[in-house]
Each structure stands twice: as C-alpha cells, then as structure tokens.
Write a protein that binds this ligand. Structure first.
Ligand SMILES: [Zn+2]
Length: 364
C-alpha cells in the first residue's frame, strides 16, 4: 500500500513537472522576443470588414491568431481622422505625425523607422504592397517626405534605402524624369548601378545576398482575384529571399486595396480584397507554424467606409452598409501570434504597435 502511494506521488510529481514545462514553453514563446517579424497591414480594414469576411468565408483565418486587441488610429491631432501617411508613420516609428507626412514628425524632424532599425541590427527587410510601392503605407517604412504625393522623391529614397526586397506596383514612379528620377531606358541600368536586381516575374530566379525589386505594374496591381502576382505569392517570394538572413528579418505586407474598395463603397471589391487578405493570413499562419521564432501581426492603419454588416431584404443575405466614403475614426482590430504576441492583447493606440515592434528589433 505504502509502495503504491509512493508510486502515485511520483506519478503526480512527474505530471506536475511535465505540465509546468509545457506551460513554461507556451509562456516563454509568447513573451520572448521574436527573431523575425511579419507585419500585415490591411489598409482600411476595420471590424466591419472583418465581420463581412467572417460571414463570407468557410474558414476565417484571423481567428487562428493567438491574441487580439483594438487600436485607435487618430493622427497627431486627436480629434481628426488619420490618413494612410500619418498611420504608416505611427506603425513604422511609434510616433504620431500629421496627415500627409511620411517618416517626419509634425515639425519636420526625421524619425527612424523600424526598417531602418532592423537594417542597423543586420536584419534583412522587405516591403510588399498591391498598390504602388511608393504609396503612403509602404513608403512610410523607408521614406521621409513632407508630402505623400511626391512619388518621384519617394522612389529615389526607396532606391537609396537599404531595403532587401520590395515587391508591388509603381514602375512609372521610378521613371519620373521631371523630379530627377530615372529615364525609362535607364531604369534597369540605374537600379543595377544601385546594386539592385530587378525582376519582372514573380517566379524569376533571384541572386542571393543582393537587393531585389519587383515592380509588376506601371501603377497599382490589378484587383483581386485577377491580381498576378497575388498578395500571397508576393509575400512568399519575399520570405524566400529574407529567410536566409541569420540575423532575422522584418517584412511588411500591405493588402492595399481594401481601402480603395471602402472609398468606392463597392461591396464586391471589398469582398474580393478581404478574401485575398484571408488567403494571405492562411499562408502566413502556416509559415509561422513552421517558423515558430517569427512574430506574425495583422492590423490596419485605419478604417475606411464606416462599414457595418446588416441583413439585406433584397438579396436575402448579409451585406455591408456604408457609413462614409472616407476613413472613419473607428477602432481597428489587431491580431498577433508567435513570440511577443501577448503584448497585443490590448486596447491601445496604433503607435504602441510601432513602439513594441521597434523594441523587439532593438533588444534581441
Ligand atoms: Zn484611404
């Protein structure tokens, strides 16, 4: 009997130790600093957009993220609604600025972006967008201009910035001669002189160790689902290039056109872009499972369209209702999974995202 009790105690101790180890592992994972970071920005996607996707899809992939929170997105002036420039600056630097400004504070002081911090740490960096790569959101991670519309200057700064891989649209913005950009015939030569390999097909072989730029359309890429390459294909291509860096990487992927569907109050456009986002989340969640040292974050820069989901008598279905053709001040969701993700279990301001990710990059 006594021997039996001792065995039982031993068994209990073993179970306790094993479960403590298991818990510690989960705790460690969620609170540790990530080696690499993938930030998905669904431009303009608020809870209404996510509700629409939730009811539209058999599998709503954002549900698979470990942590969820909400973010306020206003610019430096609290009682204003942000644009994508001020919000991109908040996400990339952790500091608020005025609408229209990229990578500078309201007084014009240059701010350091997470891409620049990551480069200092020896990490590889990537920007992917379905708009032009010079558009406010991707540009906010590597350019510093008073006006987001100064595409030629942004293109020039993107070439000079040491970003490892940039994929998206906007070939024309790299040809603007008026503002000292490159001549069309000089584009390839000019980029090559800057040490950048230019690819025109997503499947193209890339040389290892160098910088890569893929501009797959003169302006923005086509809408989903016709978009070629798709957002997921570009994200995977970027990862293929970035994942070899032993110091880790920072990758920003923008599902840019959710915002444009919101401005157009176009339900089909919104549905198709949110489906593209869902596919992207599925692909990147699978990648994160295989690479558990990667922190994966999905959020938005602001909400566009004032979307709510309501029953429609005519279609006998749920459809989005539009509250505005502009951005709204609605809080936006943030989803995170992987090491460091527990920090985003919060109601916070959008600057918290930039501050937290920069801290992860700087103190590894
Ligand atoms: Zn917008």
């Amino acid at each position: 009997m006594r021997q039996y009790s001792i065995q039982l105690i031993r068994l209990c101790v073993l179970i306790f130790v094993l479960s403590a180890v298991a818990c510690t592992k989960v705790f460690w994972k969620e609170n540790d600093r990530p080696k690499s970071i993938i930030l998905i920005i669904a431009d303009g996607a608020g809870t209404g957009h996510h509700s629409s996707l939730f009811y539209d899809s058999d599998e709503y992939f954002p549900a698979q993220f470990a942590h969820v929170g909400l973010l306020s997105t206003h610019p430096a002036t609290r009682k204003r609604v942000t644009d994508s420039a001020a919000a991109a600056t908040a996400l990339s630097t952790g500091i608020k600025t005025d609408n229209g400004i990229l990578g500078l504070d309201p007084a014009g002081e240059r701010l350091t972006t997470i891409v620049e911090y990551a480069i200092k740490q020896g990490m590889a960096t990537g920007l992917v967008a379905t708009s032009t790569i010079t558009h406010a959101t991707p540009a906010g991670f590597a350019a510093h201009v008073k006006s987001r519309g100064n595409y030629a200057e942004i293109a020039r700064q993107l070439i000079k910035a040491d970003v490892t891989v940039m994929l998206g649209g906007g070939r024309l913005h790299f040809l603007d001669t008026d503002n000292g950009g490159l001549q069309e015939e000089d584009l390839l030569a000019g980029l090559h002189r800057s040490g950048i390999q230019v690819i025109s097909q997503i499947g193209e072989q890339v040389s290892s160790g160098g910088r890569i730029i893929g501009l797959f359309a003169p302006e923005a890429l086509p809408r989903a689902p016709e978009r070629k390459p798709s957002t997921s294909e570009m994200a995977l291509k970027a990862l293929e290039i970035l994942e070899h860096d032993p110091d880790g990487f920072f990758l920003m992927v923008e599902e840019s056109q959710v915002d444009w569907a919101g401005h157009a109050n176009d339900f089909k456009y919104l549905r198709d872009e949110m489906r593209s986002l869902n596919e992207l989340c599925g692909v990147l969640l699978a990648y994160q499972t295989q690479h558990p040292d990667v922190l994966l974050v999905l959020t938005a820069d602001h909400e566009t369209g004032g979307v709510s989901v309501a029953f429609n008598d005519q279609t006998n279905d749920l459809t989005p209702n539009w509250g505005t053709e502009h951005h709204s001040g609605n809080l936006v969701p943030i989803f995170a999974t992987g090491p460091g993700s527990a920090a985003f279990d919060a109601v916070a301001d959008i600057t918290f995202v930039g501050q937290t990710l920069i801290e992860y990059v700087n103190r590894r």
